[in-house]
Write a protein of this length. Sequence first.
Length: 409
Amino acid sequence: MSIDYLALDEELDQEDYIICEYTVKSDLNIKTAGKRIAEEESTGTWTHPTTLSEDIFKNYGAKVTKAQGNRVRIGYPVIDFSGDIGGIPQILSIIAGNLFGLESLEGVRLVQLELPSEIVKQYPGPQFGITRLRNILDRPEKPLVGTIVKPKIGLPPKEFADYVYQAGRGGLTNSKDDETLVDQDFCPLEERVSEVSEKLDILEEEGYKMIHAHNISTTSHKILEAADLALENGARQLMIDVLTVGFSGLQALAEDPSVDVPIHVHRAMHGAITKNPHHGISMSVISKIVRMAGGDALHIGTYGTGKMHAEVDEELKCKETLLGDMHGLPKLMPVASGGLHPGLVPELIKMSGMEVQIQAGGGVSGHPDGVRSGAKALRQAVDAVSEGVDLKEYAEKHRELRKALEKWM
Ligand code: RUB
């Protein structure tokens, strides 16, 4: 019987396979390592099953088409993903499943995912995406400018809403709950949404357009209920921590007709999956799945300018994943967040371009003159860079920005 998962240099039709690239760290030679992954994730196991026929292998077996250096390229036949029920969980169970636990592989990292249009077309993707998000805010070109209400937890609803109001008066277009705040006793979701919505209405009457993303991260059987609660109380944007909730929670929200607001996607916990260069799943692969699942804005990092660990090339790849063509799916907004302040905006925009939502928590609330001044300083920094004016020069005539630069630069 000829069963060999190695099909080196065979050109696979991109419409017939999900194709993945992995980097591998192992004492095995790279071809054997590739075969181990392909067999484990398709028709094989650690030994030859007597039930495996040549026909089964031919139709459903994965193929290792490249095995060079520390990299393998594996194609999984599209039929392995067929049926109406499996969806993203099933895709992940194959391309990112048992392989990570194989004893013979010290490390495996899924670094690239190529999907046939037949599969991508099963997903409506972002319902708002960049275009509708920008329309809501009446901000067609320049970066969106946002804050994260700080401290992460602890403010009661009225004070929380006042933070949002001050940020809006300072000229920010966006604000959001932090990833650890959901429905705690000191700031219940219902009351928080209602207080924030009231402030957003006032801001609108005063001529300031702003939205706030409310974190409704919860168990999957409660996610639509939480969304309803937030929407009934006037939420203009929802947020979920996609990795703790699961991609299916995001998809359930995005595809539910009652959810008629954009979804902001935080990636808390991604470091456990993305940070080890020899093991895990790259953020650009996660970005692709979030785009399929229907996120409208996704955290992808600050290109090394902020407080969080960064692989700049990977973040550029994430940007491309959100903004490039993906079989016609709408684009979603890349969010830069984590340790940002006005002084970092020039460096950041150099990398991100204008298609970005810039967010600062400490970099707004830590301003010596408080939240409104912090918001003004951040907005001034974004205005300066968007207009091609040197930040220091701009700061000479903008007190809030000047004070922020004095504190943080
Ligand atoms: C931001 C913050 C966020 C980070 C996470 O607060 O804590 O949760 O955005 O980073 P601050 P990432 O502005 O005070 O640092 O978005 O890269 O996952």
